[in-house]
Design a protein around this ligand. Structure first.
Ligand code: GAL
Length: 671
């Protein structure tokens, strides 16, 4: 499905900030954009103070000229609402629109994203500016997408002000109805935390010892919802004026502050900003692409809204991407379902904190740079593969169950161990699938898993009755489900699941976890495989967390080999209905996970579409029943990829058969 049939290609371009430059530069920009094959420019992201220099003055004429100029050069517009950076006058006039931290300190107007999502003054002004932009540009022939705000939650993940307190109370009333329910859900009998009146409830501000974890968890939900409300308000306005123009907001991969599954239901197309450093682990990047694509269901394309063409400015060491790396990262995005490759930013800014951030056009200003050359070459290539790729689908047969509330609760202090990283565990299992070139969707815990053969739920701490039902249906219907330690400990408000762990999943997995043993750094145990499967055999090290469990119908596939629980089960399997529920009671070394997941995939017939050497990534996208196969060599050396038939390599436009030779960082797109 195309993002917008008006532009049926892989979109190519980036953030464009003409307000930072005199007009004569704009004409030069359009000349250079044409040269680089740019098809979209994201305009207006931080333009609020230029568009509305004071409360009663609006200046749109410059933006009219920008959009028309772009259009005349064949460049379409992604028009942003500028609400990520309110003008200085707003903060002076309404100081309460500035956010407040957990210790009660108010942030100043001196940077960006300095707003409280629940400030009525801020919200009123965002509606106003969105309305004016929508009314003026809805029918502009160059407009292909609305881009609302910028990276919601970035810099100010939560605000703790009094306006938020009031909105939080209203949110809680809607959620719990009455105070008794809330007191029960938050277990406020503990430490005398009982609330007798709604007005007694504040945000979980800085306190003496650990805050009530249920309170904190609900505040995270509330914060995510607050930002989402900001988005929805603008979405409604944009939709009213331009019913056929899709709407997005740029997300950030594993951003802890917002429950992106909820956001995925509201955007027309998902988009995100990818900033891996040079030499980044490609499996980590791949996971974030898959996550973003999964937010709108896993099948239809997403947009790579930002990446640097060369380097960032905000890291400790802003090392350049090496030659070919940006191209590789761009193809990796497309291989995982992106229908856009966009940069931050088009032209390097003359001032401000990002003046040394990489850009397609450098301060030098010409097309003679290495970066400009790499970008325009890529632009040419993407045009060559566009027709076959744009709008095509991704069809994964494996899923990873991910859950923001579980992430929040698992890492909320105090915790069983500070060494367990939720995303780290998700990535451990994702990486095993990635190495096998088995494509993955991420799904929320109560999603229907019917179309998958394999589902893995790492450290799924929170299990609701709906989650239990969804997982059980999947297993009974023939699915293979893997669950790992730290799962099913609590319910939706992080109250312990009573009756023995893994709580609601005890029957499904046929086990009872009696004790949890998080290990200190330097402590380890061994997983000894008793029922080998494929390459999964022998012994593997494990650490961080061990569950001491009893079998209640499951069989042990492996046991711990050391310590006072040597001989107790470490990996179990329970056959239920037509499927099986496998529990991994520890955090094993990656090789163990790779071998176990490898064995399961082999049993299920999940394999790489093309057999490839290590370090070579393969994915498929589908145009109807025609696959397009991406082969990406992350190695720095040449590899040979044996092809099973006749293909057309779309980038070079040549026939490919027999052995495909891919140089280091080389890419092939095979139809
Ligand atoms: C993104 C942001 C851009 C720019 C970029 C720099 O997070 O959306 O506006 O700041 O980072 O890498």
């Amino acid at each position: 499905m195309l993002v917008n049939p008006k532009l049926p290609t892989i979109w190519f371009g980036g953030d464009y900030n003409p307000e930072q430059w005199p007009e004569e530069v704009w004409t030069e920009d359009v000349r250079l954009m044409k040269l680089a094959g740019v098809s979209v420019a994201t305009v207006g992201v931080f333009s609020w103070a230029t568009l509305q220099p004071d409360p009663d003055t609006y200046r749109f004429e410059w933006l009219d000229r920008v959009l028309d100029l772009l259009r005349s050069g064949g460049v379409h517009t992604i028009l942003a609402t500028p609400t990520a950076s309110p003008p200085a006058w707003m903060a002076k006039r309404y100081p309460a629109m500035l956010p407040v931290d957990a210790a009660g300190a108010r942030f100043a107007h001196a940077s960006r994203r300095h707003y409280c999502p629940n400030s009525p003054d801020y919200r009123r002004h965002t509606r106003d500016i969105a309305e004016r932009l929508a009314a003026r540009y809805a029918a502009h022939p160059g407009l292909v997408l609305w881009h609302v705000d910028n990276e919601y939650g970035c810099h100010n993940a939560a605000c703790y002000c009094d306006q938020c307190a009031a909105a939080f109370r209203a949110w809680l009333r809607r959620r719990y109805g009455d105070l008794d329910q809330l007191n029960a859900a938050w277990a406020t009998a503990f430490w005398s935390q009982r609330y007798g009146d709604w007005s007694e409830i504040d945000p979980p501000r800085r306190s003496t010892a650990d805050n009530n974890p249920s309170h904190v968890l609900d505040y995270r939900r509330f914060t995510s919802d607050s930002y989402l409300e900001c988005f929805l308000e603008q979405k409604q306005i944009l939709r009213k004026h331009a019913p056929t123009v899709p709407i997005t907001t740029n997300m950030m991969g594993w951003f802890k502050g917002l429950d992106y599954f909820a956001w995925g239901r509201e955007v027309d197309v998902a988009s995100w900003d990818n900033y891996p450093g040079p030499f980044a682990d490609p499996a980590q990047v791949a996971a974030k692409h898959d996550l973003t694509r999964s937010l709108t269901g896993g099948v239809k394309p997403f947009l790579l809204m930002e990446q640097t063409p060369s380097q960032v400015n905000w890291s400790t060491h802003n090392t350049l991407l090496r030659p070919g790396e940006m191209r590789l990262l761009s193809y990796q995005a497309v291989a995982h379902g992106a229908d856009a490759v966009c940069y931050f930013q088009w032209r390097q800014g003359p001032g401000g904190s990002e003046k040394l951030h990489g850009a397609v056009v450098s301060h030098e200003g010409s097309e003679r740079t290495r970066t400009f050359g790499e970008v325009s070459e890529l632009g040419r290539e993407l045009r060559a593969i566009s027709e076959a790729v744009a709008g095509s689908e991704t069809r994964a047969r494996a899923a990873i169950v991910a859950d923001w509330p579980s992430w929040w609760a698992a890492e909320q202090l105090p915790t069983s161990t500070r060494d367990l990283s939720y995303v780290g565990e998700v990535q451990r299992y994702y990486s095993a699938l990635w190495r096998l070139n088995v494509q993955v969707d991420f799904v929320s815990p109560s999603a229907d898993l019917g179309r998958y053969d394999l589902a893995i739920a790492p450290t799924l701490r929170i299990v609701t009755p709906e989650t239990r039902d969804a997982l059980e249906r999947f297993v009974r219907g023939g699915g293979t489900l893997v669950l790992t330690c730290g799962s099913a400990l609590t319910d939706e408000t992080d109250r312990a699941l009573l009756g023995g762990f893994p709580g609601r999943l005890r029957d499904l997995f046929g086990i009872w976890v009696e004790e949890l043993d998080p290990l200190r750094p330097g402590m380890a145990n061994l997983v000894r495989v008793s029922t080998p499967r494929g390459d999964w055999q022998g012994e593997y090290s494990c650490g961080v967390w061990c569950d001491l469990l009893h079998l209640e119908g499951a069989a042990a596939l492996a046991t711990f080999a050391q310590d006072f629980y040597a001989g107790r089960p470490a990996v179990t399997e329970h056959r239920v209905g037509k499927g099986r529920a496998i529990y991994v009671a520890t955090i094993p070394e990656p090789q163990c996970v790779n071998d176990l997941v490898g064995a399961l995939c082999r049993e299920l017939g999940l394999e790489s579409p093309v057999p490839v050497p290590d370090g070579v990534e393969v994915t498929r996208r589908w145009q109807g029943d025609r696959p397009v196969t991406f082969v990406i060599n992350h190695n720095l050396f040449e590899v040979a990829v044996p092809l099973d038939g006749r293909y057309r390599e779309l980038i070079a436009g040549v026939e490919a058969t027999g052995s495909l030779m891919l140089p280091g960082r080389g890419v092939a797109v095979l139809a």
